[in-house]
Design a protein around this ligand. Structure first.
Ligand SMILES: Cc1cc2nc3c(=O)[nH]c(=O)nc-3n(C[C@H](O)[C@H](O)[C@H](O)COP(=O)(O)OP(=O)(O)OC[C@H]3O[C@@H](n4cnc5c(N)ncnc54)[C@H](O)[C@@H]3O)c2cc1C
Length: 421
């Protein structure tokens, strides 16, 4: 398989699609067929629904799907991070239980990392997991949890040892969100959506086999999840966009977008909608304004550079290098692109960019871009945190000093009250 070429992949996937694709399939029925063929996630291992192909071929495979409008496996949201983390660190039981249902879209996932007192400083989590009999019992509060109100399962970071130093006392679990001790309360955002939540966890239970890695390895595993998030989850992550095509499968996919995928419908806007810029510049006639043209050219150039940075990250992944700081570079660049694109949208639309809903340009899409773009600089680790990672790991600058490094966590001052026993 190592000397397989792009042409081979293109020919094979298009041949398979010609023989198998039909919009008359049910959504899960088609995705199961796709998973069986390995073309749903070609970079997954062969024994786990993939073809063991280098991730660079995903673009070719996607291209063949989009040429004929074939539906792919489910990729929106935290599910891709759950799958990537399970592939890297999960047991065979985790892979067996979860991977297929991630790809079919039957299970929805969320990421229970951030807490009221620990966002950037994620290792300061105080949600606790205590071993009682043959169960882990979870108590605490998480916040900003995207899709928690729709989720079946969660990636959970919780403290299992209060005497170990901050980063060493955490463990990683897969939490069933559909149990009485878990309560998700949506929070309204400034763009009008309510895609994330505060989550209260009271005596929720986890079977020991749903722990990922060993007790105390939570920080290492959560870092992998974040690296995947910053890299775009192995080039497979996309956001939910409804199709106008006709057929049973498109109706089911659009229903999925309107329900479980609903929290992600503003995500293309938060990335700045670079794809709309040229078209809007022509439509408004501002393409002839030299200043706007210059700004437009800058965004398109930056956006291309971001694409190439993502390709470099992918190449590193293919060479078997562990998740590295390239994800942080890409994420920071993504924030720059989003902000620059929002500025150009404003120059193109003027005051109209402020009008929402049907009064606004493109049914309010431009206004939604303006109030959604700030999220890009926060979600998945803020711009400042990416800069810290880049300065320490790439530029080899000295680390932030931490007078409590190595001290037992229970002795480290925190900005939230939490019962330590
Ligand atoms: C759209 C969206 C979706 C999200 N989804 C999820 C989710 O699904 N699951 C989840 O767990 N979390 C989620 N988050 C939360 C996100 O990960 C946190 O908001 C983020 O990590 C920042 O943490 P914080 O909000 O507590 O800010 P803080 O950590 O309190 O930061 C406040 C400010 O201080 C700066 N700062 C903090 N520490 C440093 C430092 N060491 N050096 C320099 N500057 C620093 C920050 O950059 C920021 O500007 C989401 C956030 C958004 C916006």
């Amino acid at each position: 398989m190592s000397d397989i070429t792009e042409e081979d992949v293109r020919a094979e996937v298009s041949g398979w699609l010609k023989a198998n694709w039909s919009p008359d399939y049910g959504l899960v029925e088609w995705r199961l067929k796709l998973i069986e063929s390995g073309w749903g996630a070609p970079h997954y291992p062969k024994e786990w629904h993939g073809r063991g192909l280098p991730v660079k071929f995903n673009v070719i495979v996607d291209d063949e799907f989009s040429k004929i409008g074939a539906v792919t496996v489910c990729r929106a949201g935290i599910r891709t991070l759950a799958a990537a983390t399970i592939i890297d660190h999960g047991s065979d039981l985790h892979k067996e239980k979860f991977l297929k249902r991630v790809l079919t879209g039957e299970d929805t996932w969320c990421q229970l990392f951030s807490e009221p007192g620990s966002g950037s400083d994620m290792a300061a989590a105080t949600t606790r997991a205590d071993r009682k009999g043959n169960k882990w019992v979870i108590n605490g509060q998480k916040v900003w949890t995207t899709s928690a109100h729709k989720a079946d399962w969660a990636l959970l970071l919780a403290r299992t040892d209060w005497d170990a130093p901050k980063h060493k006392g955490l463990s990683y679990f897969l939490l069933n969100m559909r149990q009485p001790g878990v309560k998700a309360q949506p929070l309204k955002q400034m763009n009008g959506h309510a895609s994330f939540n505060q989550v209260f966890i009271t005596d929720a239970e986890i079977e020991p086999e749903l722990q990922v890695g060993k007790t105390g390895e939570g920080w290492k595993i959560a870092t992998t999840t974040l690296m995947h998030e910053r890299r775009g989850a192995g080039a497979l992550r996309t956001w939910a966009v409804a199709s106008k095509r006709k057929g049973k499968i498109y109706e089911e996919e659009n229903a999925e977008i309107a329900t479980t995928m609903e929290p992600y419908k503003w995500y293309p806007q938060r990335a700045g909608r670079v794809d709309l810029l040229l078209e809007r510049a022509k439509a408004t006639g501002k393409i002839n304004d030299p200043i706007v043209r210059q700004e437009l050219a800058k965004v398109l150039t930056l956006s291309k550079a971001a694409e190439w940075t993502a390709m470099r990250a992918r190449a590193a992944q293919e060479m078997g290098r562990p998740q590295g700081p390239e994800g942080s570079l890409g994420k920071l660049l993504g924030s720059h692109v989003a902000r620059a694109a929002a500025r150009v949208h404003t120059s193109l639309d003027g005051a109209n960019a402020l009008l929402t809903g049907s009064d606004g340009t493109l049914e309010g899409v431009i206004a939604e871009i303006l109030v959604s773009v700030p999220a890009t600089s926060i979600a998945g680790g803020t711009d400042e945190i990416q800069r810290n990672i880049i300065s320490e790991r790439i530029l080899q600058m000295p680390k932030d000093s931490d007078e409590f490094a190595g001290k037992p966590f229970r002795e480290v001052p925190r900005n939230t009250v939490s019962k330590v026993s």
